[in-house]
Design a binder for this molecule. Structure first.
Ligand code: PMP
Length: 293
């Protein structure tokens, strides 16, 4: 990528010129929403699902997006085209826009819409075979009645506190519990466990984002006849699982080999996790919206 172009409120500007006000309430208060989306060989994977989640988040926080869903999809495709990318990562941000120093969103007449596309540095391929180490951490997932984790909000401090603990423990991803001690999700990934051939993932009401990759894995299990249950589970269930993996747009389907010092299964990616990763990589270039036609 020689020159990087950013979509900024209806204009395409060079990265160096992409500037916004310090009075933006996304900057001042984390008041806004975002999406992380992948492009695989010119295909925006599950584009409509990402946009539906964005518009649902916007509705929930009463943020009016100044583009229709179709206009947004066109803006995504055009930004990718202008950057000449076939594979990469899209960060789509809608913030409340500039207001005054008070927190009242009514003082912010115009939302900001920003689209950044970049190449993505993901985990090295060995990590998918060897699995990550993980730990459970002390910060609990935001309560759904305080800040619902289903809203993909710009306020990521809950997740950042978790990431800090993961860094201190020297692991790639951490496991967050909800306030009742049930497993919720990772700092930026959903979690799955496998026990005796059955795949389990926490229901989103536990306190988890309705991940697009999570949804893809649920669909794949149904297609392949692999039994899957969305039900609450605890760390004990994680420690004693045959396989554990995280899912996310950036991480895809990544195995976990150790949790809080307990070795999971054989201590590397298990057979079902590897199969689901293979199957996932088959659909990513197919399901979604084509950029170049
Ligand atoms: N949970 C959280 C908190 C996230 O930020 C993300 C996104 N990285 C996920 C789960 C995974 O969601 P998706 O598969 O849509 O990327």
């Amino acid at each position: 990528m020689s020159e990087q172009w950013i979509y900024l409120n209806g204009q395409y500007v060079k990265k160096e010129d992409a500037k916004i006000s310090v009075y933006d309430h996304g900057f001042l208060y984390g008041d806004g929403i975002f999406e992380g989306i992948r492009i695989y060989d010119g295909n925006i994977f599950r584009c409509r699902e990402h946009l539906d989640r964005l518009y649902d988040s916007a509705k929930s926080i009463m943020l009016s997006i100044p583009l229709s869903l179709t206009q947004m999809e066109d803006a995504l495709r055009e930004t990718i085209r202008r950057n000449g990318l076939r594979d990469g990562y899209i960060r789509l941000i809608v913030s409340r826009g500039p207001g005054n120093l008070g927190l009242d969103p009514l003082r912010c007449p115009e939302a900001y819409v920003v689209i950044i596309v970049e190449q993505l540095a993901i985990y090295p391929e060995e990590a998918y075979r060897d699995g990550l180490r993980s730990v459970s951490v002390s910060p609990r997932r935001n309560l759904p009645d305080a800040l619902n984790p289903k809203i993909k909000s710009l306020n990521y401090l809950n997740n950042i506190l978790v990431k800090i603990q993961a860094n201190l423990a020297g692991v790639g991803e951490a496991i967050m519990l909800n306030s009742q001690g049930y497993v919720a999700e990772g700092s930026s990934d959903n979690i799955f466990i496998i026990k005796r051939g059955v795949v389990f993932t926490p229901p989103c009401y536990i306190g988890a984002l309705e991940g697009i990759t999570r949804g893809a894995i649920i669909d794949l299990c149904a297609k392949l006849g692999i039994p899957l249950r969305e039900e609450p589970f605890t760390l004990h269930d994680v420690y004693t699982a045959d396989e554990v993996f995280f899912t996310g747009t950036a991480a895809e389907v990544i195995a976990v080999r150790e949790v809080d010092g307990r070795i999971i299964g054989e201590g590397r990616a298990g057979p079902l996790t590897s199969r689901l990763l293979d199957e996932f990589r088959k659909i990513v270039t197919v399901e979604g919206v084509k950029v170049y036609q």
